[in-house]
Each structure stands twice: as C-alpha cells, then as structure tokens.
Design a protein around this ligand. Structure first.
Ligand code: ADP
Ligand code: ZN
Length: 726
C-alpha cells in the first residue's frame, strides 16, 4: 500500500464502523498518503479510519464527502495492513473489527501536551537554495512522517533557520503535536548471565536464524528459558529491531520487568489491561516511532504498530488465555507466527509443556526445536506422587488427605512454603437446599451460582451476575437448610486454617483482587515469603517464581479429566506438570502430591511417570485417528438468541444446507444445545465443522453462511480452531 493522493482524489477509507466495506472519500487539503489515519464524516458523526487505497468510484460522486483531517499519528505500515487482512480472513472477522484491534489507544488524534512538528506544506518557496532543497527532499522521501525541528535539521544537514524560513513561506507546515516521550534505551551490551552449556547452545540455535522462523523452546520450569530468550531479545536490539514478549498473565509482568531491567538497564514498555490510558497512547505511538524497543504485553500487543519488529516471544505458549474467546476469536500464538512471517521476524514459543499443535509442528520440522533438559544450577525437578483418595475416609467438607497434611506440617516446621492447588474460584461450586434438593442457579444462564464468601454473594461464572446469599430456599422457602457443596479455593482456605491455625495463609484467585496492580503486589509479597501456605487457582500455575515453595498439593487432579473437550487430557497434563513445577525452584528439592480417585488413569500415570514424549505420541496418535486438530481442521459455530425455537431452526437450516462444506470434504455435526445452553438469557446452540487438513475451510464457511438472514436478535459466531466448547 503505497501512494499519495492529491486533494480531491478518491480514496478508500476503512473505518472502525461495521459497514462491511471500505468507503470512498475525497482526499483532504494537502492530500494524504495510503496508510494515513484520518477522521471522516459518517452520517452526523466523525469517525476514525485508515486510508486503505484508491477509492472504488462506485458511489455517486456528488455525494462523496471529504476526509476531515489527517490525524497526527504515524501512518499504518504495509505489513500491518497485510496482517489485519490475513488475520481477518483467517478468523472470518470483518476488517473494521480488525482495525479496532489495531487502534486500541485512546485519542489517537487528540493532542495532549504539545510540541511542534514539521511536514510538507502546500506553499512554494520564493527561491530555492541547496539547503532548502535538502529539507524538502527529506520530507518527500519520508512520506507522511513528521519530524521535530531538531530531527529534520539533522536529517537534512541544515540549520533550523532554513526550516523556519520554509515555514514562513508555507512550503513546510509547522504543527502542534502531542508529546509522548520515548522509552529509555535498553542496553543490549550489558553483560548477561554466564550460561550453562545447553543454554548457550539454545542461544546459538536461535542466533543462527535470520529472518522469519519459528522455534519451539522447550524446557522444564526453571531451566532458564527466560534467560535464553532474553539473549534473543538482546541480539534483536543489537540489530536495531524491536522485540515483543507476550505473557499469558498480567501478574507475571512484574517479575519479568525486573529481569529486563537487570539485563538491559531499563524497563520496557508494557501493554495490557492494567496500563493507564495515557500510557497506552504513549506505547502505541512510541512503538510506531521506534521510541519503544521492547514491549511486554498481553495478546493484544500483537496489534501494536511496530515499525521494525524482529522478534516475538510467546511465553507459556500452550496457555489457553492466548485464545481470545469473545469479540474477535483469535489465537495470539498463531497470529504471532503470521505477523512475524509478514515482517521477517523470528518467533520463539517457550513452554515446559507445549501445546500438541506446536509439538506436532516441531516434530514435522516446520518449527525448529530447541530443548533445555535440566533445571539451572542446583535446582532439581520435584518428585511427584499420587495420593489415592479412595481409601481416604475424609469427613464431609474436608479434602486434604492425611499425607498432604503431614507434608504441609513438615514444610511449616522448616519455614518453607506449600501450595494447595485447586482450580476452582469461590467458596463452593454448588449451593443446595437440604430440604427440597434445589440447587441455586443463575436466572439468566444454564449454570449454577457459585458462592463467594469473601464477597458474601452468589455469583454466576458465565455472566458475572451476583445476588446476596439467601437465608431461605428460593424454591421451597424453607429457612436455614441451604448448604455449600464441594470445594472452591476460599473453602480450602478455611480447611487449611482449621488444620494449621498458626500458619500465615494466602488465597490467590483472580476474583479476589480489585486490580491487576493489587494482584501483582500481593504475588510479589507472597513470593518474598509473605505466606506459609498459598491456596490458589491456575493463576499460580503460570510461571510465577516462588523460591521458598517446596510442596505442591493438588486437591483434585481429576478435575480437568471430566467433560468431553478434545483437549481434556492435554490440558490436565500441562496444568499438573506446570503446577508441580512451582515446587523446588531454588536449591531445595520439591515434592508434588496429586490427590486422585483414579490413580490408574492413563493421563495421571503419564504425568507421574514423566514420560512426556510417550504421552505426546499417544495423544497425537489418538487425534490423528479421529481426524481432529492438529491433524484435521475444526470450526465451532455458536448460534444464539432469545427464542430457543428460532435458534434451533437456524441450526437445522445450516445443517441441511451444507453443500459448500461438503464440496471441500468438510462435515457438519449438530445442531445440539451447547453445554451451557443459556447465557445471559440467550439460548445457545452449537454446530461443529470438521474438515481434512489443507482444505480451504474459511472460504467454505464464508460461502455456507453468506446468504443467511439473521432475523431479529439471532447471532452467529464462527470460531476457527476452537479451544473451548462451552
Ligand atoms: P524458565 O523461564 O525456564 O522457568 P528461568 O529463566 O526463569 O527459567 O530460570 C530459572 C531461575 O534460574 C531464574 O531465577 C534465573 O535467574 C536462574 N538462572 C537461569 N539461568 C541462569 C544462568 N545462566 N545464570 C544464573 N542464573 C540463571
Ligand atoms: Zn448467569
């Protein structure tokens, strides 16, 4: 996308409004470049847009309006428009929605605090001198870019008075622009840590890559993956290219920022939901202007306007939070690979327990595989044992086995930390009336309400609706017979406090913190030894460093194995190994105890035996036989609406008219009620499309759904490569 459009020329502008097409406008006074961010009139409103190319000219020319103004934002680069286009095609998302992802900084065109910048004007200089010529040449060569007085003078090799002279005559335009300060320079030449031989080999394998290439960096927790990819960042910075490190959880950034600072002498830019609006704006701009060399962020950082991206690291690449589950349904891991391929960058996928997708890509030689086999230094892998819960005769409302109890007691004695792991938020998953058997559900969803005792409320984990804990049963009106059934982390906190009244206990669950910042702070404090026993959900499984932690007790290792998710085994395997990996990171050997009612389950056995490759091979064989990802393709279709009959009718209509799918060898299954058949009052029906690998599935899906008329409040969402099936 190159080219300049003179004033009045037709340009096509993509806006963030869901219009289904690029609109024609006339280029504004002074003209505009392709890629320029602009403000355009749309009905009575002014909206943000990007000059996408020449106009189509298929609109009544007398009705075509003018672009209002070119925003003072660095223009969109060609690799970005290509990325948005390709990612939109892959996920079947309209371009307008893709553009929204790429413009998630507030007030892109609004000045905040000002400074003067210079760009090409429309006037003519009365007389040309070689110095004046140089200034105009620089401005022409750099297209839409603007310069500060100092930058322009330096580029052109002239004094600032030459530029001022051109401004007076209108040949150069002087504008006020917001001041966003660049991030401090990172110094790649500061010494890194002395690397172990396999770390050094890994760094070398990464350095051997030039241009686009994906590497799976596999190594147990504590093996030094972070240390290795920091070296790749260092090399990228040396080459004056930008780097992006994606982390699955905001709470992880605190520790990582410290490590970056220790390694490069300054902090990188941060991009996630905990970052202020002003800072977002600054990051967005600085990334575009090369004022930010390294960004650490959440998945949406992939849509920042990098100017010269050389490396993307996806840490904990198997993590399910990389898949965005609402709005644009994209998987940041896959989009990172796409983005990198378009700008010649390297991708590092780091994990102790890679996704089967990445494992298979590495096996097939599509990805380079680099492995760190041992923990760094003295640290050794934790011992793992199962605790058979069948002979354990625990009283009602108790979940901690005698073995786990005595191991925790031993840690308390030695001043070490223990982690009690249960992947369930709240106090109890079910509230049951002992008089009539009624279970309290959400009025809006087909889901039980979960008691949150800290908040003194019942909460629906689907829609977030809460209500006070009632005294009487809403069904039979009997008083005082409501009982909590099953454990959540809050309840585990109670049990642990009862068993160890002297211990300092911390419950870590994402819903217990008002803000990401508060959560970060608490995790740091705990890691420093601020608690003896940590009770946590999967929040703690994600890469946090707890140096004093030597015991992990998994309350219910069977939890993830229930349900029909095709990745149930993979997820349980990953989560259990990940959690176990929290134990014994420093010099002390750790122990992981898995409480289970099915100690002979193949997944539990694979976890304990440590035969990872065996597990992956078995899992891969099963998926291949079933023709499911990564050996086949899948798309999930969710239909929803307030009227259950209409939703089903639409589902049946789609299932019957499946010719476009059959043409490419794809099959459709369903319609069937979704596992959660109602959310927020909307009934939900699912269809599942399976296709052989390598077919043009997206095109077929687009054809299949192209002529649908979604009457009333019916909605259809297509999820390519679905990760969840609720
Ligand atoms: P991972 O990312 O694989 O979990 P880390 O990179 O976080 O592993 O390393 C685990 C711990 O070991 C960290 O505290 C890290 O600073 C330390 N470490 C790793 N490699 C080295 C090294 N070469 N020299 C000194 N410390 C190291
Ligand atoms: Zn609900």
């Amino acid at each position: 996308m190159t080219g300049f459009f003179e004033q009045g020329e037709l340009v096509g502008v993509l806006t963030t409004q869901p219009l289904g097409r690029v609109l024609d406008y006339k280029a504004p006074e002074g003209g505009c470049f392709a890629g320029a961010f602009v403000e355009v009139p749309l009905g009575p409103r002014k909206v943000l847009g990007v000059v996408w190319g020449p106009g189509k000219g298929d609109w009544d020319i007398s009705k075509v309006r003018s672009v209002i103004r070119v925003l003072d934002a660095p223009p969109m680069r060609e690799d970005m428009t290509e990325f948005l286009t390709r990612a939109g095609k892959y996920t079947l998302t309209p371009l307008s929605a893709m553009l929204r992802l790429a413009t998630r900084a507030p007030g892109l065109g609004n000045p905040v605090s000002m400074r003067k910048i210079y760009r090409l004007g429309t006037g003519k200089a009365d007389r040309m001198t070689p110095a004046r010529e140089k200034v105009l040449t620089v401005l022409q060569d750099y297209g839409g870019l603007s310069f500060t007085l100092g930058e322009l003078a330096e580029q052109a090799g002239v004094t600032s008075s030459v530029i001022k002279g051109l401004v007076k005559q209108g040949a150069v335009r002087e504008e006020d622009t917001p001041r966003d300060t660049p991030f401090p320079r990172l110094d790649p030449n500061l010494p890194g840590k002395a690397l172990s031989p396999d770390q050094a080999a890994a760094v070398e394998a990464l350095a051997a890559q030039n241009g686009y290439r994906t590497t799976l960096l596999k190594g147990v927790t504590g093996s030094g993956k972070t240390e290795v990819y920091l070296e790749a960042v260092s090399r990228c910075l040396e080459q004056n290219r930008q780097a992006l490190v994606l982390l699955p959880e905001i709470a992880l950034t605190a520790e990582f920022l410290k490590r970056v600072e220790a390694r490069f002498g300054a902090r990188p830019a941060e991009w996630h939901s905990g970052v202020t609006m002003t800072e977002r704006r600054r990051v967005w701009r600085m990334v575009a202007e090369s004022g930010a060399e390294l960004v650490v962020g959440a998945r949406s950082a992939l849509f920042l306007p990098f100017r010269n991206l050389g490396l993307i690291v996806v840490d904990e690449e198997h993590d399910t939070s990389y898949k965005q589950e609402d709005g644009v349904l994209y998987n940041a891991r896959d989009m990172a690979v796409l983005r990198a391929s378009l700008c010649g960058a390297q991708v590092v996928l780091a994990s102790a327990t890679p996704s089967l997708e990445s494992w298979a890509n590495a096996e097939a030689g599509k990805y380079q595989k680099v492995e760190l086999t041992s923990r760094f230094g003295e640290a050794v892998l934790p011992k793992m044992r199962s605790v058979d819960m069948r002979p354990e005769k625990l009283p009602a409302g108790r979940w901690i086995s005698s073995e786990l109890k005595s191991e925790i007691a031993a840690r308390l004695e030695r001043g070490e930390q223990s982690l009690v792991f249960l992947n369930r938020r709240g106090y109890a998953p079910v509230t049951l009336c002992r008089a009539c058997g009624h279970q309290i559900g959400c009025d809006q969803c087909d889901a039980r309400m979960v008691e949150h005792r800290f908040l003194k409320r019942l909460m629906c984990h689907q829609c977030g609706e809460t209500k006070p804990m009632p005294d009487t049963c809403p069904s039979c009106n009997v008083e005082g017979r409501l009982a909590a059934v099953g454990p959540g982390v809050e309840r585990m906190g109670e049990e642990v406090a009862g068993l160890f009244p002297e211990a300092r206990i911390a419950v870590l669950s994402s819903d217990l913190f008002g803000s990401a910042r508060a959560m970060k702070a608490q995790i740091e404090e705990i890691a420093d030894g601020g608690a003896d026993i940590i009770i946590g959900t999967q929040l703690v499984a994600k890469g946090h460093n707890f140096p004093k932690l030597t015991l992990v007790g998994v309350i219910d290792a069977d939890l993830g194995l229930q349900g029909s998710d095709l990745r149930a085994a993979e997820r349980t395997f990953q989560l259990m190994r990940q959690v176990a990996g929290r134990a014994g990171r420093a010099e002390t050997a750790g122990l992981a105890l898995l409480q289970t009612f099915q100690p002979d389950h193949p997944v539990i056995r694979a976890i304990l035996s440590g035969d990872e490759d065996g597990f992956w091979r078995a899992e891969a064989a099963e998926r291949e036989a079933a023709g499911v990802p990564p050996y086949g393709r899948m798309a999930g279709i969710v239909l929803s609406g307030p009227d259950v009959g209409a939703v089903f009718d639409l589902g049946s209509h789609l299932a019957k008219n499946d010719a476009p799918l059959r043409r490419v060898g794809a099959e459709v299954f369903g319609p069937a009620p979704a596992p959660i058949a109602r959310i927020r009052g909307r009934h939900r029906v699912r269809l599942l499309v399976k296709a052989p690998k390598g077919v043009a599935l997206q095109q077929a899906l687009a054809d299949w759904t192209a002529n649908l008329r979604l009457k009333g409040d019916l909605r259809l969402a297509i999820d390519i490569d679905p990760q969840s099936f609720f």
